[in-house]
Design a protein around this ligand. Sequence first.
Ligand code: NJP
Length: 243
Amino acid sequence: MSGGKLENRVALITGASRGIGAAVAKLFVAEGAHVILLARSKSGLEEIDDAIRAEYGDGHVTLMPFDVTKIDDLEALGPTILHRFGKLDIFVANAGILGEQTPVSHSKIKDWKNIYTTNVLSNVQMIRTLEPLLKASDAGRAVVTGSIMGVEPHAFSGQYGVSKAAVMFLFKTWAEETKHTNLRVNVIHPGAVDTEMLRQVFPGGYQGTGLRTPEQVAPMFLEMVLPSCTRHGDFVVPEDFSL
Ligand code: NJP
């Protein structure tokens, strides 16, 4: 909104049709950003758009129904955003899937290829196509939603853990490559968040401590994309969380 912390910023948020990405989108709009929401589900995106319009009015959201596994088509994302908006200030790399929960010895190569394409290769392609825009911004910001499962191995979650370890390493590497630019790149560990993905991991209900709502973790993303943010190449974790 006018006078918000993200006034005049244009933000791309992937995985914005529900869960963490949708909550981040609402917070960014509340702070004055224009958000480009990307996910496969058109109806999911429209639902978030309706909720944002009801609260903040028209003109704050652009919907981009898209499947990030279409790697070759993703190459056009940067030029498309440049043509439509003239710039991009913020990239939230949040889309992700859980993959199959199965022992490595029983897992199928086709499932590994699918999760690696969704969680890792799509982000390589987005970095390739978006970096020129983010570097051209006066305060380009990028964050990826990481996971503790990519730090500590969990039985039966190999596909997810390996893909999350890879994408976090990817963003840390990108941070090394951009440390002398205006761009700030960080990895956010949200902890356990009550979303569809968590319900897939714990179909009987999450029994651990520290469960948060998507709305409770969204401020971590806001902090990392503010023009005033100086953190770079960091793992960002909730206050009561240690790695
Ligand atoms: O999960 P969920 P979260 N192309 O399933 C989208 C990480 N994380 O909010 O395509 C484009 O509600 C999907 O949209 P759709 C996690 O690894 C979570 O929890 O319409 N988009 C939806 O919007 C992930 O990186 C926890 O199905 C695609 C979104 O991704 C991020 O948080 C803990 C897509 C997934 O939303 C958000 O997940 C943690 C594709 N091919 C990290 N495939 C947690 N929840 O506890 C999926 O440490 N999407």
